[in-house]
Design a binder for this molecule. Structure first.
Ligand code: GLY
Ligand code: MN
Ligand code: MN
Length: 430
């Protein structure tokens, strides 16, 4: 019986062989990349391998590793050997994966690439020969990455469980009055990772900070009156990310009722991630749902249709409903309609939407509606839309709470999408 990993490799081999045929190449090299030094410094940025290379291996890939894929041949991995007593050694990981690969150890000045076929493509940074740069090859293989193999879904599922453990610890830290920094430490401890291993810098915003969409600071001071915690944080399993947001509240009040409404609406939206559904259409439905919540909670007295025609809803929900998820948090190929990279741009009223594809079974994506009180956007709305119908006195009371985002990771299915995030929380809370 084959393993999930072996089946995954077979799928990748087929996808890449189709690309090799299309571009009339004999081989493709995928390079993990190099460590990058900061300007005039001997300190490097945290290393993240090129995701296209990482996709092929069931462990976290290190720098200066090269994969060589040729039609009909066992894939080859060129493994970096270093005589370096400054850093920890980088042994070839043990495991069954080795049966599927030819492993070539190489020192930095070994000329392993001199034996490559003449018609060779290079994906990843720093090609050895610019003749290897084949325009369009990257786009061609990126298109297929949206649909995940069972091996990839299992990795995202494990990343979701680690993320859920972190979120529950963060919630408890918030309810105990700890600072953003302390909440972050609790998150890292429970999700078993260092900050550099997070798939993206976690967003941990207490009170008004919850209204900053990509708030990346961590306040060291504890809030005197903590009302809200918005935490958007994930975990990584050999490159595959989870991307989870929860909004926790301290008091049983109008803001908590708003969180509850958005949480229910988000779960309904996630159920619509079905094969054949247009994601831009789902985003338009989300705008209408949020307009309904604004009306129900008496934040805006205009009807859903009036709010939509005046563009009121985007004041409170300015970002996209979600994006593809995988080896990159905002995974590649979200705008591509085919292997040649034909793009569909988002609708004019949704400029920040990152996914314009029609959904297919086993795509993995996020559903992440938000509802924020962002002073800059509220000022703009008041200046530009005189008949906005919003209850500014109520909004003034809600501004100190910042905002709400609820984000789950969903596997698209023909009938019932799988909500990896809700499953992960259920498992951790059981
Ligand atoms: N964590 C970034 C995002 O949700 O898209
Ligand atoms: Mn996201
Ligand atoms: Mn997120």
């Amino acid at each position: 019986m084959t393993t999930l990993y072996q089946d995954h490799l077979t799928v990748l081999q087929q996808r890449y062989e189709a690309a090799l045929t299309h571009f009339q190449c004999d081989a493709v090299v995928l390079a993990s990349g190099h460590k990058q030094y900061y300007f005039q410094d001997d300190h490097t940025a945290p290393f993240h391998s090129y995701s296209g290379a990482q996709q092929w291996l069931p462990f976290t890939l290190s720098a200066e590793t090269y994969l060589i894929i040729e039609a009909g041949k066992k894939p080859r991995i060129v493994w970096p050997i270093r005589d370096d007593f400054w850093h920890a050694p980088n042994p070839v990981p043990a495991g069954e994966w080795q049966d599927s690969w030819d492993i070539t150890p190489a020192r930095r000045d070994d000329k392993w690439f001199q034996g490559l076929p003449e018609k060779c493509a290079w994906l990843g940074p720093e090609p050895q020969d610019f003749a290897y740069v084949i325009p369009g090859f990257n786009t061609y293989v990126d298109f297929a990455k949206a649909v995940k193999t069972p091996y990839e879904i299992a990795a995202i599922q494990r990343a979701s469980v680690r993320g859920a453990k972190g979120h529950l610890a963060a919630r408890d830290a918030f309810l105990n009055g700890l600072s953003e920094f302390e909440i972050h430490l609790a998150y890292l401890q429970a999700s078993q990772q260092t900050a550099n291993q997070e798939p993206y810098p976690s967003i941990i915003g207490v009170n008004e900070h919850a209204s900053v969409l990509h708030y990346e600071h961590k306040d060291f001071d504890r809030s005197a009156n903590p009302l809200t915690l918005l935490i958007d944080a994930g975990a990584t399993e050999h490159g595959y990310a989870s991307d989870i947001t929860r909004t926790f509240t301290k008091q049983d009040d109008e803001f908590r009722a708003l969180v509850k409404s958005l949480d229910s609406a988000e779960q309904e939206m996630a159920k619509k991630a079905l094969s054949g559904m247009s994601y831009p259409e789902l985003h338009q439905e989300a705008l209408r749902t949020i307009a309904g919540i604004l009306q129900d909670h008496k934040i805006c007295s205009l009807s859903v249709d009036e709010q939509i025609s005046k563009g009121i809803t985007q004041t409170f929900f300015p970002h996209g409903l979600g994006h593809l998820l995988g080896l990159q948090v905002h995974d590649v190929g979200g705008f591509h309609q085919d292997v040649l990279g034909t793009r569909r741009e988002p609708d004019a009223n949704a400029p920040f939407l990152r996914l314009t594809r029609t959904l297919e079974e086993n795509m993995v994506l996020t559903i992440e509606p938000g509802l924020y009180f962002i002073p800059m956007l509220l000022d703009k709305m008041q200046a530009e839309i005189p008949q906005h119908g919003c209850n500014m006195a109520l909004i003034k009371q809600l501004i100190p709470y910042g905002g709400i985002r609820i984000e789950d990771n969903i596997v698209v299915k023909d009938e019932a999408p799988v909500n990896l995030t809700r499953q992960a929380f259920s498992e951790c809370e059981a």
